[in-house]
Design a protein around this ligand. Structure first.
Ligand SMILES: Cc1cc2nc3c(=O)[nH]c(=O)nc-3n(C[C@H](O)[C@H](O)[C@H](O)COP(=O)(O)O)c2cc1C
Length: 204
C-alpha cells in the first residue's frame, strides 16, 4: 500500500480533469470530513465551503476564473470562503461545545475570550485571520484527496468579487480559493518541482 508521502508525491495540481468519471459520494464525504477536522484559530472554523457540482453554475464561474478548464471539467469545485459572520461562528462553537458537555460557566468564559480576541479587528484584519485557517482546511482537503487517489487542483486564479456575484454569495462569505476535485485525464506534464531541503529548512 502506498504511504502517505508516496500519495503526496503522486498528487499534482491537475489541469485536465475527466469530465465524465464520477467521484463517489463516500470519497466526497471523506474530503468534507477532513476539511471539518482541520485545526483552526480558536477552533472557530471561520470559513464556509460551497460544494459546486451544478454544471450551469460552473460554466458561469469559468470565465471569471481565467477560463481555467478545471472549473467546468472537475466533478466538484469546492469554493472556500472566509466567513466573516464571526458572532455566528462563536455561538455555533459554544453550542457545539455545550452539546459536548461544557458547563454554562465554561461557555460564558469562552464567549468572552473569543470576543476579547476579536475586538477591535477591522474587516481586513478579520479576513486575514480567517484566511489562515481556511488555507489549513484547504491543505487537509488536498491531503485526503491524495490519500484517496482522487485528483485535485487548488486554485486562486479567479476574480473574487466576480465569483461572489456569479454565485450570489452573502456579503460575509469572501471567496479565497477553490479546490477542484475529480480524476485526471493525463499524468502531470512535468516532473515535480520542489526547492531543496537546504532552501527550505534550517536546523538549529
Ligand atoms: C493557493 C494556491 C493557488 C493555486 N492556484 C492555481 C490556479 O489557479 N490554477 C492552477 O492550475 N494551479 C494553481 N495552483 C497549483 C500550483 O501551481 C501547484 O500546486 C504548484 O505549482 C506545485 O505543483 P504540484 O501541486 O503539481 O505539485 C495553486 C496552488 C495553490 C497552493
Amino acid at each position: 500500500m502506498a504511504s502517505f508521502l508516496d500519495n503526496l508525491y503522486w498528487r499534482f495540481a491537475t489541469k485536465q480533469f475527466d469530465p465524465v468519471r464520477a467521484v463517489s459520494e463516500a470519497d466526497l464525504k471523506s474530503v468534507l470530513m477532513a476539511i471539518r477536522l482541520a485545526p483552526t484559530s480558536l477552533g472557530l472554523q471561520p470559513f464556509h465551503v460551497y460544494v459546486v457540482s451544478d454544471q450551469s453554475l460552473k460554466e458561469k464561474m469559468r470565465p471569471v476564473a481565467f477560463d481555467q478548464a478545471q472549473v467546468t471539467d472537475a466533478k466538484y469545485v469546492l469554493v472556500f470562503c472566509a466567513d466573516l459572520d464571526i458572532e455566528k461562528k462563536i455561538e455555533g462553537y459554544i453550542k457545539a461545545a455545550a452539546s459536548g458537555g461544557a458547563s454554562a460557566a465554561i461557555q460564558q468564559g469562552r464567549r468572552e475570550r473569543f470576543k476579547q480576541f476579536l475586538a477591535g479587528k477591522n474587516e481586513a484584519e478579520l479576513l486575514t485571520w480567517a484566511s489562515k485557517s481556511t488555507y489549513i482546511a484547504l491543505g487537509f482537503g488536498l491531503a485526503v484527496c491524495a490519500e484517496l487517489n482522487l485528483d485535485s487542483c487548488p486554485m486562486e486564479g479567479f476574480t473574487p468579487a466576480k465569483i461572489a456575484e456569479v454565485m450570489d454569495l452573502p456579503v460575509h462569505h469572501k471567496p479565497l480559493v477553490f479546490l477542484a476535485i475529480g480524476y485526471r485525464l493525463h499524468g502531470p506534464a512535468y516532473n515535480k518541482v520542489r526547492l531543496s531541503e537546504d532552501d527550505l529548512f534550517t536546523f538549529v
